[in-house]
Write a protein that binds this ligand. Structure first.
Ligand SMILES: C[S@@+](CC[C@H](N)C(=O)[O-])C[C@H]1O[C@@H](n2cnc3c(N)ncnc32)[C@H](O)[C@@H]1O
Length: 242
C-alpha cells in the first residue's frame, strides 16, 4: 500500500506517524508513506499557499496552484496515475466515515489525502482531482490533517504489518457488527472490586462465550441500530447455510 498526504503541517503528520502503531507499518515497508508539504510548491519568499476568497467574505482559501503541483508530485512519488489512485479530500461535505468505509479502503493500493485548512481548498482542485470526499461527522474542525490521520489509522489497523496481531483489530468493535466486550488487567482486585471469575478460570470456551454475551448485551443497550444490523447479518448467514 502506498499513501501520500498533502499537507501544510507536515510536522503534525510526522509526529502522529512517529507516535502510533503506524510507525511499525512504515518501518517494515508494508506501507510506503509520503508526507508532501504544500509549501514546497509555493511561489515567492513567503511561500504563500492561501489567499482571500473571490466574492469576499471571512477566511482564507488554500490556493489551487501549489496544491495541483503537490498532487502531481504525489502521483510521481506513488508511481501511479489518476486512474489507479483514490484521491480523498476529508471534508464535512463527504459521506460519513464508518467501519464499512474502512474495510472498503483496505483494498486500495494507492491513496492520496488532501488536507484542507481555513475555509477549505479551491474548488477547481476538487473538480479536477478528488475522487472521494469523506467526513468525520456533522461538525467542523479546523484542519484536514486530523481527518486524514483518523481515516489512515483506521484503515491501516487492518493492513498486515501494522499491528503485531491483526486478530486484535478483527475482534474490536464493529468488525462483527457488535461493540467490544469489557477488558480487565492485573491486579485481580482493585479497590475491593474483583475481575469476573470466568476470566481467571482458564476455560477458553467459557471465556469466549462470556465475551460474546457481554458484547451482545452492550450492543443491544448502547447501539440498538447496530444490534439490528447484527441480527440481520446473523439471519442472512443462517439462510445462506440452509
Ligand atoms: C474549517 S474547515 C472548512 C469548513 C468548510 N468551510 C465548511 O464549512 O464545510 C477546514 C478543513 O478542515 C477539514 N475538516 C473540517 N471538518 C471536517 C469534517 N467534519 N470531516 C473531515 N474533514 C473536516 C477539511 O479538510 C476542511 O477543508
Amino acid at each position: 500500500m502506498k499513501i501520500a498526504v498533502i499537507t501544510s503541517a507536515p510536522e503534525f503528520i510526522q509526529s502522529y506517524l512517529d507516535n502510533t502503531i503506524l510507525r511499525q507499518a512504515i518501518n517494515n515497508n508494508s506501507v510506503l508513506f509520503h508526507v508532501i508539504d504544500i509549501r514546497d510548491f509555493a511561489k515567492g519568499d513567503y511561500r504563500q499557499i492561501d489567499d482571500t476568497p473571490f466574492g469576499g467574505g471571512a477566511g482564507m482559501v488554500l490556493m489551487a496552484e501549489p496544491l495541483i503541483k503537490a498532487i502531481d508530485s504525489a502521483f510521481i512519488k506513488l508511481d501511479t496515475s489518476i486512474d489507479n489512485v483514490k484521491v480523498i479530500y476529508p471534508t464535512p461535505q463527504g459521506n460519513t466515515w464508518s467501519h464499512d468505509l474502512v474495510i472498503e479502503n483496505t483494498v486500495n493500493e494507492n491513496l492520496i489525502f488532501i488536507c484542507g485548512r481555513y475555509k477549505g481548498i479551491d474548488q477547481r482542485v476538487i473538480d479536477k482531482y478528488v475522487t472521494h470526499e469523506y467526513s468525520l461527522g456533522d461538525f467542523v474542525i479546523s484542519n484536514g490533517e486530523l481527518g486524514a490521520m483518523v481515516m489512515i489509522d483506521s484503515v491501516l489497523r487492518f493492513h498486515p504489518g501494522t499491528m503485531n496481531n491483526i486478530d486484535s483489530a478483527l475482534s474490536d468493535s464493529f468488525s462483527t457488527n457488535l461493540l467490544d466486550h469489557p477488558h480487565y488487567t492485573k491486579p485481580r482486585v482493585v479497590n475491593g472490586v474483583s475481575v469476573p471469575k470466568v476470566l481467571i478460570g482458564g476455560h477458553h470456551e467459557k471465556i469466549s462465550s462470556w465475551r460474546k454475551i457481554k458484547s451482545e448485551d452492550i450492543t443491544k443497550k448502547k447501539r440498538p441500530d447496530l444490534w439490528e444490523k447484527y441480527n440481520k447479518s446473523i439471519k442472512k448467514l443462517e439462510t445462506s447455510h440452509e
